[in-house]
Write a protein that binds this ligand. Structure first.
Ligand code: VGL
Ligand code: ZN
Length: 202
């Protein structure tokens, strides 16, 4: 069963949003175009309370994109983004949500960040995504969405650890930092991730 996992295609990550990914809007038609190729489509949604500790605004004297230690883990301090119920947290209006069967929210615990759609960054809490996919009989996952080098990357790493076959639709994702992403692509290829373009599957 071919399953598409759409990661965080939310207004705040699209150009004009508070944590915009360069050219993030380019992926919208690509994702819409490949959707019919899948038996199952799910999405993740970054969903933070305003007091989330990953926001620079919640740390006096800190600036956006500063790096700190939080609970023994490296943490980038982000601009406020994907605040629960805000327009920025909504899925982009151009994304076809009709085939999306389930949405997995993450980042609700104010004390810990959550990049992957499967677990928080400390691997403490499970979103239930892996269990849901197994229950559905999904074994092969195709990833797309934003940001390639943050939430898509960490979701794919967890998917591999959970034993799924992992693919990345490269033109259906964009990174915050291209250089970081290039290195991650090498690492992921080495771990058996298949990297392809949308046209390869149409
Ligand atoms: C993301 C930074 C903070 C993402 C989410 O979706 O890639 N990045 N929260
Ligand atoms: Zn976030």
């Amino acid at each position: 069963m071919k399953t598409l996992v759409i990661v965080d295609v939310q207004n705040d990550f699209i150009p004009g949003g508070s944590l915009e990914v360069p050219k993030g809007d380019r992926i919208l038609p690509v994702i819409n175009r490949i959707m019919p190729e899948f038996d199952l489509v799910v999405a993740t949604q970054d969903w933070h309370p305003q007091e989330h500790m990953s926001f620079a605004s919640n740390h006096e004297g800190k600036k956006e994109f500063d790096k700190i230690q939080m609970d023994g883990m490296d943490q980038v301090l982000w601009p406020d983004h994907c605040v629960q119920n805000s327009a920025g947290a909504a899925f982009h209006g151009e994304l076809n949500m009709q085939p999306v069967e389930a949405i997995f929210r993450k980042g609700m615990d104010p004390g810990i960040d959550s990049y992957s759609g499967f677990y928080d960054n400390g691997h403490r809490k499970n979103t239930g995504l892996a269990g849901y996919l197994r229950e559905k009989g999904a074994e092969s996952l195709w990833f797309c969405g934003l940001a390639a080098d943050i939430c898509v990357y960490f979701s794919m790493k967890d998917a591999l650890e959970e034993g799924f076959e992992v693919h990345l639709v490269k033109d259906a994702t964009r990174p915050l930092e291209q250089e970081t992403f290039e290195k991650q692509l090498e690492e992921l290829r080495g771990k058996g991730v298949q990297i392809l373009e949308a046209e390869d599957m149409l």
